[in-house]
Design a binder for this molecule. Structure first.
Ligand code: 5GP
Length: 240
C-alpha cells in the first residue's frame, strides 16, 4: 500500500491516506516536543526507535487479545494501520505517582498509590489537554457510558500485560497514555502509539528514567535511552 495525501500532521507523527478507505500509513518523526510545543528539538533516530518500540508493544498486545489499529511495520519509520474515527480523549494509567499528578497534588514522585489511578483528558493543545471525568465525557456526548466501561476493562488489561512485559526487561511501568478509536465497522480499538514518548519507564534497579522526561527535564541522552528500551524489549520478545 502506498502513501497518498497527508491527512494529519502532528507534533511527532504524520498520517497519510492510502488507496484503501480502511487503512492509513503512520510516519514517526524525529521531532521531540514538551510542554505543548514550548520546548522543541530533533532527536536523531527517535522516529525509527519509537516506531519499532510501539510496533513490538502493539504486536504483543494483539497477541494477548487487545484489538489495535496496528497492521504491520512497513519500514524504519512507517506503520500500516487501520483507519480510525478517533475519540478526542487521552486515557492515562498511573501505577506510580509522577509528573503532573505529583505536581498537582504535591505528592512525592515515586509514591505508590493503593491501586492504579485512571485519568481522562480532552485532547486539545489549545486548552492544554484539560483533565475531565466520565460525566463530562458522557454529558457532552463525546463517548457513551458503555464505551467508557469497555475502555476501562481494556486499560486494566493493557496495564497488566505491559507491566509484565516490561518487568522482564527490568523496566518499571510508572504511567502511560493511550488513545482509542473505532474501525470502519465501528469496533473499538487501541490507536496511536505506546513508546517512551507516551509512557514513563524507569530502570527497575537504578530507577533511571528511560523516557521523555530525559528531554523534558534535561536529564540525559534520549537516543541512548530509547535504544536501550528497544534492545531490552527485543531481547524479551524476540529471544525468549
Ligand atoms: P503527565 O500527566 O504526568 O504529564 O503524563 C502522564 C503520562 O502520560 C506520561 O507517561 C506522559 O508521557 C503521558 N502523556 C500525557 N499527556 C500526553 C500527551 O499529550 N502526549 C504524550 N505523548 N504523552 C502524554
Amino acid at each position: 500500500m502506498k502513501k497518498q495525501t497527508l491527512i494529519y500532521n502532528g507534533k511527532s507523527k504524520q498520517i497519510f491516506a492510502t488507496e484503501s478507505q480502511n487503512f492509513i500509513i503512520m510516519t514517526y518523526k524525529d521531532d521531540e516536543t514538551a510542554y505543548f510545543g514550548v520546548k522543541k528539538s530533533v532527536i536523531p533516530n527517535k522516529g525509527m526507535l519509537n516506531n519499532k518500540i510501539s510496533a513490538l508493544i502493539f504486536k504483543y498486545l494483539e497477541k494477548n487479545g487487545i484489538y489495535t489499529h496496528f497492521v504491520e511495520q512497513l519500514d524504519e519509520s512507517e506503520q500500516l494501520c487501520r483507519r480510525a474515527t478517533t475519540l478526542p480523549l487521552e486515557f492515562i494509567v498511573r501505577n506510580i505517582i509522577a509528573g503532573s499528578l505529583s505536581r498537582r497534588l504535591d505528592i512525592e514522585e515515586g509514591t505508590v498509590p493503593e491501586q492504579p489511578i485512571y485519568e481522562i483528558c480532552l485532547k486539545s493543545d489549545v486548552l492544554r489537554d484539560p483533565m475531565i471525568n466520565r460525566y463530562h465525557v458522557e454529558g457532552l456526548g463525546i463517548a457513551k457510558e458503555e464505551t467508557l466501561n469497555q475502555i476501562l476493562v481494556i486499560l486494566k488489561k493493557i496495564n497488566e500485560l505491559l507491566k509484565n512485559l516490561l518487568k522482564k526487561s527490568h523496566i518499571d511501568l510508572i504511567d502511560f497514555k493511550v488513545e482509542f478509536g473505532f474501525d470502519t465497522e465501528g469496533n473499538l480499538m487501541l490507536i496511536d502509539e505506546i513508546s517512551p514518548d507516551t509512557a514513563r519507564f524507569w530502570d527497575s534497579e537504578s530507577h533511571e528514567h528511560l523516557d521523555r522526561d530525559l528531554f523534558r527535564r534535561d536529564l540525559g541522552d534520549v537516543e541512548t535511552a530509547y535504544k536501550e528500551v528497544l534492545a531490552r524489549l527485543e531481547n524479551v520478545l524476540q529471544n525468549g
